[in-house]
Write a protein that binds this ligand. Structure first.
Ligand code: FAD
Ligand code: DLZ
Ligand code: SF4
Length: 513
């Protein structure tokens, strides 16, 4: 008898634990482009194009490495439309498999589904560890065990100690764990970040683009241009170029946003990390190497390492720790529907319009756009977590539930009641103005708090603070805000509530805001 290894579209790495279980001589790898995975949410067109093209390229690599690969493309006459039916058809046609190996999927729904497959398949199902990460799920639960608060910063320090990144004699280099305070600069006028890497589309990618245009044309997003890496070599080049061209400025401008500058000094590697083309360890090693060779200042390198060894590992542990509850949490009882401008970018609020436009164009927006513009609005406006989560899962090429859900429900919406964040990431227009030049291109005035011209983020912010007073006034990290509010002119606060109500009415009537 032989074994079968199911490799999912985000497990494109030769060192996957499931591949290690099989024997190249007699066993098979199965990979399938299926409707169920491409449409369980209506993913952005570029996300599907990226995943399918990367899968096809990876299947070629597997064959070159000597694996026997059964690859089912989307339009194959024998395509069954779902992973389970596809595996079942192959098992029945061959009658030689007694075991299926699959590395644990990154989404709870698929793990549950696969756990129920054994009846249909009638072979042993062996779910192996998802080894695309530095920490195992067990590492996270051991760390979390007995703790009242699960703050990323403390998890991150443990990871630094365990893996030795930026450590010297068991201490953090420079005697400081975190250089975030140095990482809040606005992009100076006239400074232009380097252009992003763009790869030519080969025949495989051209075929996939045609396929996506014909089969998924009603999905959100543009596909006029597709420039992402789809092979490991290309992804490694993106990493290398980041280290040499952008890392130096990554820290200083990490929180900055600028008109018509989608890429800034970010690394643009999340598509590749999350699909398996890059492994976190090689990215961290490259950053450590940049430190050893003094290629960039410590605030940049520490900031970058924290995103990967800290945030990325932490949210993944957090997801499994709090699922399935995390998916239905709605601590703030948010109810409002997602405004249409999240799909169209048709709003006068320039920061939102820029962020949605870039999301539509590239299936990418950088962290601060996701957090402090799109996320901040969703929080202040009380958008329902289900709608917000679905939107984020659809629109970003790097979105898988293990990373999307903690960021949305934990980080931006405070739906989990504070397990991830110690206070809501709520901000008025002045934060956006401080970190960007968006406001100078906006029809609203960021300086005004009430009235027709006032930046909606201003009155929505104070409306939010008032609305949730009973929930937050005893939170020590919110105390100063409530002290400030108590000293504010009561009439002014009422005007802001009135403006917020009119704004919400416009949203409800689908009027342009
Ligand atoms: P860089 O800014 O260059 O950062 C380097 C890497 O650090 C990223 O590639 C990513 O792997 C990691 N990283 C940074 N921040 C986070 C974080 N908060 N959580 C996890 N990893 C992080 N990231 C995703 O990969 N998929 C998502 O679906 C996703 N959804 C998000 C939703 C919201 C509301 C927010 C606030 C953040 C989300 N992020 C998500 C995190 C972050 O915005 C993206 O990882 C980042 O923008 C990707 O671009 P980059 O590779 O240029 O990142
Ligand atoms: C995202 C995605 C898409 C669009 N299509 C496929 C597919 O056709 N076949 C496949 O194996 N995987 C696909 N994926 C990735 C899966 O959705 C992903 O493995 C799960 O969501 C778990 O993270
Ligand atoms: Fe955004 Fe307000 Fe600035 Fe306009 S004025 S860009 S809405 S923060």
């Amino acid at each position: 008898m032989a074994a079968l290894c199911l490799l999912l579209g985000d497990q494109l790495n030769l060192s996957m634990s499931s591949l290690a279980k099989i024997n190249k001589e007699k066993d098979y790898v199965i990979m399938a482009e299926v409707n169920s995975e491409a449409t369980y949410v209506k993913h952005h067109k570029q996300k599907i194009a990226f995943v399918f093209s990367a899968m096809r390229h990876f299947a070629e690599l597997l064959k070159e490495e000597g694996y026997k690969v059964h690859y089912v493309d989307y339009l194959h006459e024998n395509n069954q439309g779902s992973l389970v039916s596809q595996v079942q058809a192959f098992v029945e046609d061959n009658n030689e498999f007694d075991t299926l190996y699959v590395a644990k999927p990154g989404e709870y729904r698929l793990v549950k589904e696969i756990e129920g497959w054994s009846k249909a398949l009638n072979i042993e199902i062996n779910i192996t560890e998802d080894n695309r990460f530095m920490a195992t799920e067990e590492d996270f639960s051991n760390w979390a065990s007995g703790k009242k608060q699960l703050r990323m910063e403390f998890f991150y320090r443990e990871m630094r100690k365990q893996y030795g990144y930026l450590m010297e004699d068991k201490k953090p280099v420079g005697d400081k764990w975190n250089y975030d305070a140095d990482n809040r600069k606005k992009l100076p006028k006239g400074q232009v970040p380097p252009k992003p890497d763009k790869f030519d589309t080969d025949d495989i990618t051209k075929d996939v683009i045609k396929l996506v245009q014909s089969e998924f044309n009603e999905h959100f997003g543009d596909l006029n241009e597709f420039h992402y890496a789809v092979t490991r070599e290309q992804a490694l080049l993106v990493l290398e170029n980041f280290i040499h061209q952008r890392l130096e400025n990554f820290g200083s401008y990490q929180d900055a946003m600028a008109q018509d500058e989608p890429w800034m000094y970010h690394s643009h590697i999340s598509f590749y990390l999350n699909s398996g083309l890059l492994h976190a360890k090689e990215v961290l090693d490259a950053a450590q190497n940049a430190y050893d060779n003094q290629l960039a200042p410590i605030n940049a390198i520490e900031g970058f390492i924290r995103q990967i060894l800290g945030w990325r590992e932490y949210v993944r542990g957090f997801y499994w720790h709090f699922m399935p509850k995390l998916k239905t949490d709605n601590f703030l009882e948010a109810k409002r529907a997602l405004p249409n401008f999240y799909w169209t970018a048709n709003t006068d609020m320039n920061c939102l319009s820029q962020s949605v436009k870039q999301t539509k164009e590239f299936a990418y927006a950088h962290h601060i756009q996701r957090l402090m513009v799109l996320g901040n609005f969703a929080l202040l406006a009380g958008l329902h977590p289900d709608e917000v989560n679905e939107w984020y899962l659809i629109v970003y090429g790097d979105a898988y539930e293990w990373v999307e859900l903690p960021n949305v429900s934990g980080m931006i919406l405070f739906s989990d009641g504070g397990n991830l964040a110690s206070k809501p990431y709520a901000a008025s227009g002045s934060y956006i103005n401080k970190m960007s030049n968006y406001c100078s291109h906006c029809r609203y005035s960021v300086k005004e708090k009430t009235g027709e011209q006032a930046c909606p983020f201003n009155y929505l912010y104070w409306d939010f603070i008032q609305r949730h007073q009973s929930r937050f006034e005893r939170n020590p990290r919110m105390a100063m805000i409530y002290r400030t509010m108590s000293k504010m002119d009561k009439k002014q606060l009422e005007y802001m509530q009135d403006d917020a109500s009119s704004f919400f009415e416009k949203l409800a009537n689908n009027e342009k805001v």
